[in-house]
Design a protein around this ligand. Structure first.
Ligand SMILES: [Zn+2]
Ligand SMILES: [Zn+2]
Length: 205
């Protein structure tokens, strides 16, 4: 068993429960750093574009990716495409982006572990006996990266992080500060999105 792929204890504390998908994301992230020749992100350079969505299981992958790479939600370095796929592309300026997807054959075999029998009955991971979950984790640790991940170099991958700005202004209606890319104009005055009547964020506008 290859224990170098085991996440540190604090990763499980951060994640909240013992499960096999956070560790699979951790391993994916560590592999991506190695393939990119990049260090764990201290600041704001590495970006991860995950193909996960919402309302489906196994999104725990994303916490492992954040732990391994330092590309965190709070640093706005990780985002989702909402495609409902267990894959992610890692982008670093000047390097060839690389995509990892959990192989279908791996997921089919993985789905036979007892852990998934509990999950399909609706038991949350924290309610599953830890030896059952540990068995699923240990099984993944017995596999090679090639057994688990399809790896794809993406020389054509285009990504442009939003340009950073410190500029902000007061909303003329609620009096709260708004960073400039999110300011809207109403009757010639700056307003925030909710005061402009917008219910939805438009993160790229
Ligand atoms: Zn989890
Ligand atoms: Zn406002």
């Amino acid at each position: 068993m290859n224990t170098k792929h085991r996440p540190p204890e604090w990763a499980f504390e951060f994640h909240g429960h013992l499960c096999p998908f956070m560790p699979l994301g951790y391993r994916m992230g560590m592999r991506a750093l190695s393939d990119l020749g990049a260090a764990r992100e201290k600041d704001h350079t590495l970006h991860v574009i995950c193909e996960l969505g919402e309302g489906h299981p196994q999104t725990c992958l994303m916490d492992g990716i954040q732990v391994a790479t330092g590309a965190t939600f709070g640093k706005t370095l990780i985002e989702k495409t909402y495609w409902g796929k267990l894959a992610a592309t890692f982008w670093y300026p000047g390097k060839t982006a690389v995509r990892y997807a959990l192989k279908a054959e791996f997921l089919d075999e993985f789905g036979k572990r007892e852990f998934f029998a509990y999950r399909k009955r609706g038991v949350e991971p924290s309610g599953i006996p830890s030896h059952v979950t540990q068995e699923a984790i240990d099984w993944t640790l017995s596999l090679t990266d090639e057994n688990i991940y399809a790896v794809q170099r993406r020389a054509d991958f285009q990504y442009q992080p939003p340009k950073g700005s410190f500029n902000k202004a007061l909303c003329s209606k609620c009096g709260e500060y708004v960073f400039e890319r999110y300011l809207r104009q109403q009757d010639g005055k700056p307003v925030c999105i909710p005061c402009a009547g917008g219910l939805h964020q438009n993160i790229r506008s």
